[in-house]
Design a protein around this ligand. Structure first.
Ligand SMILES: [Mn+2]
Length: 342
């Protein structure tokens, strides 16, 4: 139990008593699934993706008036600035598993407040509030590399989606559920207007099979988007795998001003190279935007030291972080990391 029963009740009550909630969510599978669980439970409200690294700034507060929202839910967003909360004309309920941070005038539900080690995905927290859409809950947890406590219930209801796979990695990269994770994740790539259309479709999808088996026009539509993005993804993945050497660090960078696949790629590379630390970077506008993964390393302190004095920022979880740094500093940054993990 990551939050207390009382806390789950409180969140449910806030949801139940809202007429028109505005829901901000992080732009990854965990954030998306968290949003879908709340939205599909309520069938009211409006969703906004927080695409500006994991930070909700004051300028987002105008969305509250624009949408005549009576409550604001913030899901899976690491950092909600105090200025956003102060500028918000509605009550803010923030559910997350990063940090934690100190903020005023916000209802903050974060299991790490009582246990700094707790990495339970926001999706799982949201599922324990609404208790419906088991398949979306499981998808979001596995995408966040977390084995949910309800996995056997899921296996019973959807035996063909994970077969007899035991580990998170095998479920993520070797099952139809894993394919669904990529479909969800790739839905979030591209132009903002396209992304919101995809998300809207997902709020109405009836079952995982509707997409996987292309049973309906909307399922077919999402699957097609996925197939298109997959061609690019697979090309990058192959190049990344080819760039692996004997060292315990796998670094892969690519140039793109459009789509970020760094999170997806780093997850899959970690599965294929479990003993290596993985850094996947996308070069854009003179910056390298990275996803870092490592099974046997605690990344945040290494990252902090590697960034020291360089122009960049980053953070995240023990075994999964994000970071951005000036391209001119990238080699120095890598040297520092190599020294740390040798
Ligand atoms: Mn998350």
């Amino acid at each position: 139990m990551a939050l207390t029963e009382k806390q789950y009740d409180k969140i449910r009550e806030e949801l139940d008593t809202s007429q028109n909630p505005l829901i901000f969510f992080d732009s990854d599978a965990d954030g998306l699934c968290s949003f879908l669980l709340f939205y599909r439970y309520k069938n009211e409200g409006y969703g906004v993706i927080a695409k500006t690294h994991p930070k909700l700034t004051a300028e987002f507060a105008r969305k509250i008036e624009e949408n005549h929202a009576d409550k604001v839910f913030v899901l899976d967003v690491a950092d909600v600035e105090q200025e956003f909360i102060d500028a918000s004309s509605a009550k803010v309920i923030w559910i997350d598993h990063h940090g934690p941070y100190e903020r005023n005038n916000v209802q903050y539900f974060n299991p790490r407040v009582s246990n700094q080690e707790d990495n339970i995905p926001t999706t799982n927290l949201c599922y324990d509030v609404v208790r419906q859409d088991l398949w979306i809950a499981t998808l979001g947890c596995i995408a966040d590399y977390f084995m949910p406590p309800f996995i056997e219930e899921f296996r019973e209801q959807y035996p063909d989606l994970i077969g007899d796979k035991k580990t998170v990695g095998d479920m993520y990269f070797d099952t139809p559920l894993g394919e669904l994770i990529k479909i969800f994740s790739f839905c979030l790539k591209g132009k903002a207007s396209d992304v919101m259309r995809n998300v809207k479709i997902l709020t109405r999808i009836d079952s995982p099979y509707e997409i996987l088996n292309k049973e309906t026009a909307r399922g077919k539509f999402l699957h097609k988007k996925y197939e298109k993005a997959k061609v690019i993804y697979e090309g990058l993945l192959k190049n990344a795998i080819d760039s692996a050497d004997d060292s315990n660090l796998l670094v892969f960078t690519y140039e793109s001003d459009k789509t970020s696949f760094t999170g997806d790629l780093s997850n899959e590379l970690l599965y294929r190279f479990p003993d290596k630390m993985i850094i996947v970077g996308r070069k854009k506008d003179g910056d390298v935007r990275m996803s870092l993964r490592g099974r046997d390393v605690i990344i945040p302190p290494i990252l902090e030291e590697a960034l020291n004095g360089l122009e960049g920022y980053g953070g995240g979880h023990e075994h999964a972080c994000g970071c951005s740094i000036k391209e001119v500093d990238f080699n120095e940054f890598l040297d520092r990391i190599r020294k740390k993990i040798e």
